[in-house]
Design a protein around this ligand. Structure first.
Ligand SMILES: Cc1cc2nc3c(=O)[nH]c(=O)nc-3n(C[C@H](O)[C@H](O)[C@H](O)COP(=O)(O)OP(=O)(O)OC[C@H]3O[C@@H](n4cnc5c(N)ncnc54)[C@H](O)[C@@H]3O)c2cc1C
Length: 291
């Protein structure tokens, strides 16, 4: 296909399994890593005018990619990782690793992102779904965001114009692509913040199956319930379909025990949804985005 004037790496027939934490997925026909924000803007505009479908990924830590691969363009944001600091304000591009940002902030005595030090996504992916843990959510720390609208316009949104909810945001609903975020953080002793990170991460290690490829929580918590408890109570812990297994450690995680296929993960998801609905009358919704 014709290609616009953009900088950055391009690969053909690239294994999607290397682009996601579940390590599942067939070939991506064309995968592109924009080098600068302007390249992302250009390629999105080009896709729009050429009517070419595309998919945007960050670190791929909240997605299930198909076994048959993707025929459309896959844009990966992970090269967009400029960052600048001014007192308690940090301005960071969408592809910056969230874990690294959380740790950097703590080292600089900036409080707020400690909860995110074990979340393996990018800043953009985290903002799109308002990632959170241990009582913290990323949305609450935003001062303003630079986004690309579906029409290809770059706009700056102040915090007041963005709605963040439980694992959702108005950004996602409006199909905005996050280019850059400015966070406003509190000042605190870095020793306290690093200790908090250590505690959160050791809690994660004890309760989550980090030894196997996974995509974090598969299902959203239904209002007033824990998805993990419902799945465990329904007897699914440890159940396996091919290489996909409901974690023995945390029932809301499906782990890849070897060569798991997306079809096996999907089957497991459907089996769990049907059974949990049958037993408790609760419809579990997926948190992972399934392509
Ligand atoms: C071990 C483990 C632990 C986890 N723990 C947590 C947790 O505690 N809390 C939590 O909330 N999540 C958790 N997750 C899930 C996941 O890490 C987060 O949701 C993360 O923020 C997703 O970011 P990503 O860059 O990987 O997004 P991706 O998985 O690449 O994409 C997810 C969605 O966001 C969209 N997206 C990506 N980048 C952008 C962008 N720049 N602009 C607009 N949309 C974009 C994609 O199109 C896709 O729809 C965990 C995952 C793992 C594997």
């Amino acid at each position: 296909m014709d290609w616009p004037q953009v900088k950055g790496r391009i690969e053909k027939d690239y294994p999607l399994k290397t682009l996601c934490t579940w390590k599942i997925g067939g070939p991506g026909k064309i995968v592109y890593w924009p080098q600068e924000q302007e390249d992302l803007v250009r390629i999105v505009l080009w896709c729009r005018t050429q009517k070419k479908p595309f998919v945007l990924l960050g670190r791929g830590s909240n997605v299930l990619l198909p076994d048959e691969g993707l025929n459309c363009l896959v844009i990966v944001s992970t090269e967009l990782k400029n960052i600048s600091w001014l007192e308690n304000i940090v301005q960071v591009e969408a592809g910056y690793p969230l874990m690294l940002l959380a740790r950097e902030c703590a080292k600089r005595s900036l409080q707020g992102l400690e909860f995110a030090a074990g979340i393996p996504g990018t800043v953009g992916g985290a903002l799109a779904i308002n990632a959170g843990a241990y009582g913290g959510e990323i949305g609450g720390l935003v001062r303003e965001l630079t986004v690309l609208t579906p029409e290809g316009k770059r706009i700056v949104l102040p915090r007041e114009e963005i709605a963040f909810g439980y694992r959702c945001s108005s950004l996602q609903a409006k199909k905005y692509y996050i280019l850059e975020s400015t966070f406003e953080l509190q000042v605190n002793d870095s020793k306290i913040l690093l200790e908090r990170i250590r505690e959160f991460n050791s809690k994660r290690k004890n309760t989550q199956p980090l030894e196997f490829p996974n995509a974090g929580s598969v299902f959203r918590n239904p209002q007033g319930h824990s998805a993990a408890r419902l799945i465990e109570a329904a007897g699914w812990k440890g159940y396996r379909v091919g290489g996909a297994q409901v974690s023995e450690k945390h029932a809301n995680f499906i782990v890849n025990r070897g060569d798991a296929k997306a079809a096996e993960v999907r089957e497991l998801i459907q089996l769990i949804q049907t059974d949990v609905f049958h037993k408790f009358g609760i419809q579990l919704q997926t948190e992972v985005k399934m392509f």
